[in-house]
Design a protein around this ligand. Structure first.
Ligand code: NAD
Length: 246
């Protein structure tokens, strides 16, 4: 029987690579995203339109999936980037980042726990960031949200270990996705910098001298979700080309 995985934000970037890899590895994947899953032979997931900031909607969709399937894996991945220091972050900006990045994860985890507890089995992955470990300039709200996700991984791991439910945070460095391109486009628009030059600078900031690819993050997530990682819980798993080792 196929294992079942629920992911948020599986229609683009890292999430899309995770969907593809899990489908390839014989998982039945439910993708909860604002935008539809791309169509294609390699992306056969079940799409449920969902805004993760709508806690009731997340709960209804996950409860419905759990009524018909045993959910083995939850990947809370949906997130947005926001670049500003504390003075330039309005209360609305802070609420928006927190509602999507943190409350979205809270909603999905809370919705999946009753069925995982009943099954005495589950793996929960939270897509945090290297910014759960180190600060970056002009990243007040985003950094705060990703540190919060690391905290959620640890508290959830402790509170649900007795149910055989594991929770871990994945902490990618700079990964080349639409979110990354949008972030540097915004920066170039504001500063007048040249995009190719900024991209090269980003690559040179990494000890491995390149950005990560979403497929590389997906491989780590597949491992952490599997029984091969059954002694790993409450951890922050860094995948950053050496960035946070500096
Ligand atoms: P992306 O923009 O390519 O994909 C994000 C997905 O989340 C999109 O499909 C989008 O529709 C969905 N989404 C956004 N808001 C949503 C909402 N309210 N409800 C439901 N779905 C929503 O971004 P990505 O780079 O693939 O990032 C995925 C995750 O990885 C994010 O949490 C991001 O913070 C994290 N991350 C990214 C990087 C990077 O460098 N790209 C590094 C570290 C962590």
């Amino acid at each position: 029987m196929k294992k079942v995985c629920v992911i948020t934000g599986g229609s683009s970037g890292i999430g899309l690579s995770i969907v593809k890899l899990f489908v390839e590895n014989n998982y039945l994947v439910f993708n909860l995203d604002l935008s539809p899953s791309p169509t294609g032979a390699d992306c056969k997931s079940e799409y449920r339109q969902c805004d993760v900031t709508n806690i009731q909607q997340v709960s209804e969709i996950i409860t419905d999936i759990a009524t018909h399937h045993t959910i083995d894996v939850l990947i809370s991945n949906a997130g947005i980037h926001f670049s500003a220091n504390i003075e330039n972050t309005s209360e609305d900006d802070l609420d928006k980042v927190f509602n999507i990045n943190v409350k979205g994860a809270y909603a999905a985890i809370k919705a999946v726990l009753p069925s995982m507890k009943a099954n005495r089995n589950g793996a929960i992955l939270l897509m945090a960031s290297d910014q759960a470990l180190v600060a970056k300039h002009n990243s007040f709200a985003y950094n705060l949200s990703k540190s919060a996700l690391a905290s959620i991984a640890k508290t959830t791991a402790l509170d649900y270990a007795s149910y055989n439910i594991r929770a871990n945070a994945v902490c990618p460095g700079t990964i080349e996705t639409p979110l990354y391109h949008q972030a540097i486009d915004n920066y170039c628009q504001k500063s007048g910098a040249d995009k190719a030059a900024v991209h090269l600078e980003e690559e040179q900031l990494q000890p491995l001298q390149r950005l990560g690819q979403p497929e590389e993050v997906a491989e780590l997530v597949l491992f952490l979700a599997s029984d091969k990682a059954k002694f790993i819980t409450g951890s922050l798993q860094v995948i950053d080309g050496g960035y946070t080792a500096q």
